[in-house]
Design a protein around this ligand. Structure first.
Ligand SMILES: [Zn+2]
Ligand SMILES: [Zn+2]
Length: 392
């Protein structure tokens, strides 16, 4: 997959009609949009069905109550409309911008600016879910930046450096989470697990650890639980797409399929072991113990090195920290920083999918392909064809 430079794009596509590279399925901007929006709705409904099913499964039995079910349904519909609107209006806005600047297509008005504008549809998501999505998109942009810096030779990120990032991120994140433990409203965050609250010193118990029961049981129970979760996740990912041939899928299981389980299991195990050790040694619990515990837990990264995890740990810590800044009124409440960030991130990522696919995080490919019901791939293929013909 080749990179498409600004020069290359504009010398070839500047004067093209938008049907060439935006809606090759129909020449008219109006009638083509029926197809575009229809596919966007189908793609989004399918994509979010999987996401919401998994998210509700994690929440367990609670979802099955009547009120919760209605809420879950409403959230699903809101997500579907969001996906459909973003995917559909991307083409409409791009056509409109072309018309505005005198029937010319510019490198940035093609995908980046339309997707920055329609990023405001994120307001359709309820605030609690919105935060997590904004989190995810900023992680993806950082991943893209790091990858492109690495490609152009400014930095080199080997496994050991990524592990260092992950360890530092985990240490900070767990520390801030434990500090936040006392608060009523904790910052919503998607992370592997939530550490226990700090145990206050009281007279009625001589337990110094943040948990009940014996330490070893606590450590192994956590490890085993997360090991199984990791295993279930990997199996779902490997077997579900091959539902028609489950036997074949089962027989293709190799040692590497256990890496996610080992990563999860050891991560929680090391963290808990260090916390218990320090509590016992010092005779009291403190949020500070999360710093060495989180740092040491970072060792588990060796089982499953993944740049995305390393970045997510750091940005998670940053997110909790920014909540504190809003609470202390250092950041004004009116400032819609998260919304602005989301719009910018979405524009950059969807632009990157087409123009710098070799450094674009794979999640963006899947997201665009699913939500547009395959149309993004068709448009991209068409764009490549046009560039190829022009270069001959
Ligand atoms: Zn058009
Ligand atoms: Zn303990």
């Amino acid at each position: 997959m080749a990179e498409i430079s600004k020069h290359m794009f504009e010398s070839t596509c500047r004067d093209l009609h938008c049907s060439e590279i935006l809606h090759p399925w129909d020449r008219s901007c109006w009638s083509s949009s029926i197809q575009t929006y229809k596919d966007s709705f189908i793609g989004s409904a399918r994509f979010y069905a999987v996401i919401h099913l998994v998210q509700n499964a994690i929440r367990g039995k609670k979802v099955l109550e009547k009120n919760e079910l209605i809420k879950a349904g409403e959230y699903y519909i809101r997500s579907t409309i969001l996906g459909a609107l973003i995917s559909g209006t991307c083409v409409s806005l791009s056509c409109f911008l072309r018309f505005l600047i005198g029937r010319k297509i510019n490198y940035y008005t093609y995908l980046m600016i339309p997707n920055m504008i329609n990023g405001v549809f994120i307001l359709l998501e309820p605030p609690s879910r919105r935060g997590l999505i904004i989190n995810l998109f900023s992680n993806l942009v950082i991943e893209y930046w790091l990858r492109s810096l690495q490609r152009s030779g400014y930095i080199s990120l080997g496994t050991s450096k990524q592990m260092l990032l992950f360890s530092l991120g985990s240490a900070l994140l767990f520390y801030l989470m434990r500090l936040e433990g006392e608060k009523k409203n904790r910052t919503p965050l998607l992370w592997l697990f939530t550490p226990e609250k700090v145990r206050r010193k009281t007279d009625d118990t001589n337990n110094v650890c943040p948990h009940d029961g014996p330490c070893l049981q606590y450590i192994f129970k956590g490890s085993a639980k997360y090991f199984s979760a990791g295993l279930a996740f990997t199996f779902a990912k490997t077997i579900l797409p091959k539902l028609r041939t489950p036997l074949k899928a089962l027989s293709s299981i190799r040692g590497r399929h256990f890496s996610m389980a080992l990563f999860f299991g050891s991560y929680i195990g090391i963290y808990r072991a260090v916390i218990c050790f320090l509590c016992r040694k010092r005779g009291y619990d403190s949020a500070l113990y999360a710093l060495p515990a989180g740092y040491a837990a970072g060792l588990s990264f060796l089982f499953k090195p993944n740049l995305g995890f390393a970045i997510a740990a750091l940005t998670g810590a940053f997110k909790i920290y920014s909540t504190t800044l809003y609470e202390k009124k250092i950041l004004p409440e009116k400032l819609q920083l998260p919304l602005i960030m989301y719009c910018i991130c979405q524009g950059i990522l969807f632009h990157t999918r087409f123009m710098h696919p070799d450094v674009c995080p794979s999640y963006v490919f899947n997201l665009m392909k699913s939500v547009t019901n395959g149309r993004s791939d068709k448009i991209y293929k068409r764009l490549l064809e046009i560039l190829k013909i022009a270069s001959v």
